[in-house]
Design a protein around this ligand. Sequence first.
Ligand SMILES: Nc1ncnc2c1ncn2[C@@H]1O[C@H](COP(=O)(O)OP(=O)(O)OP(=O)(O)O)[C@@H](O)[C@H]1O
Ligand SMILES: [Mg+2]
Length: 299
Amino acid sequence: MQSIDQVQSALAEQNYVCGRALATVVFLSLKLGRPLFLEGEAGTGKTEIAKAMSAALGRDLIRLQCYEGLDAASAVYEWNFPAQMVAIRAAEAEGNADKDVLQRSLFSGDFLVERPLLRAMRPHEAGPPVLLIDEIDRTDEPFEAFLLEALSDFQVTIPELGTIKAAEPPIVILTSNRTREVHDALKRRCLYHWVEYPSFEREIEILQARAPEATETLSREIVAFVQRLRREDLFKRPGVAETIDWAKCLLALDAIDLSPQVIADTLGAILKYQDDIARIEGSEAKRILDEARAELSPA
Ligand SMILES: Nc1ncnc2c1ncn2[C@@H]1O[C@H](COP(=O)(O)OP(=O)(O)OP(=O)(O)O)[C@@H](O)[C@H]1O
Ligand SMILES: [Mg+2]
């Protein structure tokens, strides 16, 4: 990808609609070999861009899904304990349980279970893989500190085997929903981009890419309604993922346009909290629909 335009068109081929600002940081992160840190609202295409990039570049995608309590061991490697036990039993049964030999063979590559970070350091036929470290805000600070080290020299150490260093660093994308602030030191290593909800036009483009069966009228109504809904005081505002889901639901119901009734019937596709649904159901839905329509065709 030699230019920002090329980034945009390569991602568009993967049905990923990428604004100029995002395309610019993607281009720079590839060019400078710096990790890309994407923060933003839920369902705005942070995870998806890693998939689109790996497909566009023809690289493997390796995903490290973060969760509370994730530790370095399960992110890098584990020893296959059951297989080691079997090997020990077999050696005992054959009567050749030479302690040193056995120990060396037990802690060799044969019994090593590679986890995402280690896999990302290994050579890949297609070239350095895309390493997606998803939802980093769910882990805790010790893990962040560990990641900081792993990402600064792209190497990991296994006490029994030694240090493994990536010949070519992977393309790293980190995402966060900002449920907590990620440490400055980690952010400083990365190029940062805040992923906003898309504009009306861009969301229409996304919908056309992801739910091309929807007519223009229906797509415009859906997007206008969702965009209007995002301005309401909600516990959880709908993301782009919800817009696409909703369009698919409406298509499955053969709806040709929105009505208060069809909105009430399908609200669960865009709102995922009962309090939000209760707020918007009924007359509120009609008001928002009217306002959305007014915005679509200013008199
Ligand atoms: N710019 C875009 N172009 C095409 N599709 C998009 C775009 N943004 C979002 N989507 C669609 O929305 C869905 C959800 O996106 P994704 O899972 O990447 O969101 P996210 O930001 O990672 O959300 P979360 O924070 O909840 O993990 C994707 O499967 C994709 O279909
Ligand atoms: Mg995600």
